[in-house]
Design a protein around this ligand. Structure first.
Ligand code: SF4
Ligand code: SF4
Length: 371
């Protein structure tokens, strides 16, 4: 069967070469990544030698270019598609190969044992969703295993319990959602995950699916075709519980807090207000904004597989820049709502020597202090 050339599959002919995509790309000034000229080259000579472009792994799939393109070209999809060619050829960075293999074998990119997936909930009583529940909580790979992120999942489970939400998880049967898999170019593995996860999640019969990570939220909401299940990021559910008076704070957290919008929650899915509503509802907290907020938020460089590949931007990480922007607001806490942002920004605070001035916390960790 003859397949359409990439230029037609992705409708690249709609491109007017205005450059808004590259103008908005946070990596364009730091590396060779130039999405506008890549599109131009593809239109002139569609057989691009993908192996000659290591900067293809620099893209974080933040989708700033997609949001800014006036012709709906969706430039980042070209990068995902070209990464697909690299995956098919087998010539990919070793760390990307290891992450994909970990997902295929163990259901998570770090290759941790499937049977340890519930370790985050040790000592807590969490219902098996298959006993019946109205909310299925998809914990996600990083919150399930990473010691720095596990407290976020525990804080959310505690808050849901205190608010009387009937929720459950899939325990050790939970699997990687595949959001990053698709963005690393492994379409075949992604489709397999959609089929397997979709069937398992539907079998629970829950009305709502809530995620810790904006990355899981994004793919479940936009790429799984869940017509009868409402997909929520946890900030949406927690903001609702506070609004309804079901989640009540009993303590004050006296702190100035600034909030970093994750790309997959904010600019890709328009969830800007709920995280802020939670922060503002916490007694004692003062929310201060960074200049680049909401749609203009600076990517932390953790998405699109970048947690597992360094890319060519080795010196001036975007996360380094971001923690200085946060510290300049005078905030003591940089609040995040994404496991990748949490890890990249915690690391950046250390590397930039800002530990005395700025603490990075997930919103749920701040909520947990006030319950
Ligand atoms: S913003 Fe859209 S139309 Fe403009 S150069 Fe980029 S892809 Fe082409
Ligand atoms: S998705 Fe983000 S990093 Fe990738 S090309 Fe577009 S703007 Fe640049």
């Amino acid at each position: 069967m003859k397949t359409e050339p990439i230029t037609e599959q992705l409708e690249l002919f709609g491109c007017i070469q205005c450059g808004k995509c590259t103008g908005g790309c946070p990596l364009a000034r730091k590396t060779e990544l130039n999405i506008r000229s890549m599109i131009y080259n593809m239109l002139v000579e569609p057989e691009l030698d993908v192996h000659a472009h290591p900067e293809l792994w620099d893209c974080t799939t933040c989708f700033t270019c997609v949001v800014r393109c006036p012709k709906d070209v969706r430039p980042a999809e070209l990068i995902i598609s070209l990464r697909g060619q690299l995956v098919e050829s087998g010539r990919i960075p070793e760390t990307i190969g290891t992450a994909l293999m970990g997902i295929f074998r163990q259901g998570n990119p770090n290759g941790m044992a499937r049977e340890d997936r519930s370790a985050w909930a040790q000592g807590m009583e969490i219902k098996d969703a298959r006993q019946g529940c109205s909310v299925l909580y998809h914990v996600g790979c990083i919150p399930s295993y990473d010691l720095r992120v596990q407290p976020v999942a525990r804080a959310l489970a505690r808050a849901l319990t205190e608010a009387g939400v009937d929720f459950g998880t899939l325990g050790t049967d939970e699997n990687c959602c595949g959001n990053e898999v698709r963005r690393m170019g492994e379409e075949g593995l992604f489709e397999m995950l959609v089929e397997e996860n979709g069937e398992l999640i539907r079998s629970v019969g829950a009305d709502r699916l809530v995620t810790t990570s904006p990355h899981c939220f994004n793919t479940f909401k936009n790429e799984y075709g869940f017509d009868d299940i409402e997909v929520l990021h946890y900030t949406q559910l927690v903001a609702e519980l506070i609004e309804q008076g079901r989640l009540k704070f009993t303590k004050e957290v006296k702190a100035k807090v600034t909030y970093h919008d994750p790309c997959f929650l904010g600019k890709q899915n328009g969830v800007f207000e709920e995280p802020r509503a939670i922060i503002k509802a916490i007694p004692g907290v003062e929310l201060v904004e960074m200049d680049r907020n909401r749609e203009r938020s600076l990517c932390c460089e953790g998405g699109g597989g970048r947690m597992w590949v360094e890319g060519t931007n080795k010196e001036e990480r975007l996360a380094f820049q971001r923690v200085h922007e946060a510290a300049d607001t005078g905030a003591e806490i940089l609040a995040v709502a994404c496991p990748f942002c949490l890890l990249t920004l915690v690391d950046a605070v250390k590397v930039q020597g800002l530990e005395e001035r700025l603490k990075v916390m997930d919103i749920m960790e701040i909520v947990n202090l006030a319950l």
